[in-house]
Design a protein around this ligand. Structure first.
Ligand SMILES: O=c1ccn([C@@H]2O[C@H](COP(=O)(O)O)[C@@H](O)[C@H]2O)c(=O)[nH]1
Length: 275
C-alpha cells in the first residue's frame, strides 16, 4: 500500500485506528473453543466487527508463534481474511545480519514462500543499516522501525545521550538515509507523548505507529495533538482494550463499540488538526 492510499483510507474512514490482533488462546471466549481453529474464528469476528472503524490491523506474531504450526496457520488465515484496503502490520520486531534479515523479510512479505503477505513489519534498529535494508528490497513493503517504545524499559537505552542527542533521536536521523516516508515508519509509544513534538521536528512527514492507548494508559488526545502531521501521519494501535472488551459471547459487539469510541474521538482530532 502506498503512503497516499493510506492517507486516503484515513480520510475516508475518519480514523487512524489500528486494531491489534494479540489473540491469546487462553482469552478466547469458551464457546469458540468448539471451532476447528478458535484463534481464527475469534479474529474473523473481530475483523468483521471493527472494520468500519479502523484502517489497519496488527497481529503481534508472538501470540501465534507461541502455538507452533497451528498458530502459524491461524496467522496465515487471518492475514488472508483482512481485506486488501487495510494496512497490515506484522509486529515481529525482527532484524539480524543481512542474509538472515532477508529471510525474515521473505517470511512476512513473500506469500509464495511463507503464505504471508503483510504490508509492513516492525524491525529493531540496533544492528544497523544492513539489518534493515533487506526488508526494503521488497518493493511496496514497509519497515516500521522501533524508535521510542511504550514500555518503562525504553529508558534503559533509547533515551541515553549520544554526542548528537538521545539514541532514539539518532535512530530517527540515521535511518532517514535508508528510505523515505513512503517506505519507512517509526514506532513511538503513546506513553511517550512528551517526546512527540521533538520527534515531529526530526521526522515531519513519516507515519508513526503508536501503540499504548487503552490498556497501557496513553492519551489519544496528546498523541493526536503533538503527533499529527499534514497527512495525519499516525496509526494508533489498541489491542487488549478492543479485542478483550468482553470475555463472553458478545465479545465482537463490545469490540465494535470500543473501536467506534476511538474512531469518533479520532474524527474530532482530524477535523481539529487537519480541517
Ligand atoms: O513500543 C511498543 C511496541 C509495540 N507494542 C505492541 O503493541 C501492542 C499493544 O497492545 P495493548 O494491548 O494495546 O497494550 C502489543 O502487541 C505490544 O507488543 C507496544 O505495546 N509498545
Amino acid at each position: 500500500m502506498t503512503y497516499e492510499a493510506l492517507f486516503e483510507h484515513i480520510q475516508q474512514k475518519q480514523s487512524y485506528l489500528c486494531v491489534g490482533l494479540d489473540t491469546d488462546l487462553r482469552k478466547v471466549p469458551a464457546h469458540l473453543h468448539r471451532e476447528p481453529d478458535p484463534i481464527f474464528a475469534f479474529n474473523r469476528q473481530i475483523i468483521d466487527a471493527t472494520a468500519d472503524y479502523c484502517v489497519a490491523y496488527k497481529p503481534n506474531v508472538a501470540f501465534y508463534e507461541a502455538l507452533g504450526p497451528r498458530g502459524w496457520e491461524s496467522l496465515q488465515k487471518t492475514v488472508e481474511y483482512i481485506p486488501k484496503t487495510y494496512f497490515t502490520i506484522a509486529d515481529a520486531k525482527r532484524g539480524d545480519i543481512g542474509n538472515t534479515s532477508g529471510l525474515y523479510a521473505r517470511t512476512f512479505f513473500d506469500a509464495s514462500s511463507s503464505g504471508l503477505d503483510f504490508d509492513a513489519v516492525t524491525v529493531a534498529p540496533y544492528m544497523g543499516r544492513d539489518s534493515v535494508t533487506p526488508f526494503l528490497d521488497f518493493e511496496g513493503k514497509w519497515v516500521i522501525l522501533l524508535a521510542l517504545t511504550s514500555n518503562v524499559g525504553s529508558d534503559d537505552f533509547q533515551r541515553l545521550p549520544t554526542p548528537e542527542g538521545t539514541l532514539y533521536e539518532q535512530v530517527l536521523r540515521t535511518s532517514q538515509t535508508w528510505a523515505g516516508p513512503d517506505r519507512l515508519m517509526y514506532v513511538v509509544g503513546a506513553t511517550q507523548a512528551d517526546a512527540l513534538q521533538q520527534i515531529r521536528q526530526l521526522v515531519p512527514e513519516h507515519f508513526l505507529l503508536v501503540p499504548g492507548v487503552g490498556a497501557q494508559g496513553g492519551s489519544l488526545e496528546e498523541v493526536s495533538r503533538y503527533g499529527m502531521n499534514r497527512s495525519c501521519g499516525l496509526l494508533v494501535n489498541a489491542s487488549r482494550s478492543i479485542i478483550y472488551a468482553s470475555a463472553g459471547p458478545d465479545f465482537a459487539e463490545k469490540a465494535r463499540q470500543e473501536a467506534q469510541v476511538l474512531q469518533l474521538e479520532m474524527a474530532r482530532y482530524l477535523e481539529k488538526y487537519l480541517g
